[in-house]
Ligand binder design. Structure first.
Ligand SMILES: [Zn+2]
Length: 80
């Protein structure tokens, strides 16, 4: 029954792999605070938004708070 003796080491290896995978994913999206470039108010960059940015492939963090971004978007849309 050699196979039974080999099993624990194999399980340990699997656990090590899954643990490192979790570590690689966990610290990616930490809520960050920054100052809005438009209204100079403190704003937060939420984990959801960071994930959205990552999906879009954006390299830079936002420079404006969500309400200023919304206002600019509306201005741009109405300009057409
Ligand atoms: Zn703002």
């Amino acid at each position: 029954m050699r196979a039974v003796h080999d099993l624990p080491g194999h399980l340990l290896a699997l656990r090590a792999v899954s643990a490192s995978t979790v570590e690689a994913n966990a610290p990616r999206f930490v809520v960050k605070s920054f100052m809005c470039a438009d209204c100079k108010q403190p704003a937060v960059w939420t984990a959801d938004e960071q994930e959205f940015y990552a999906h879009k492939g954006f390299q830079n963090p936002p420079r404006r708070c969500s309400s200023c971004r919304e206002a600019r978007r509306r201005q741009r849309d109405s300009g057409r």
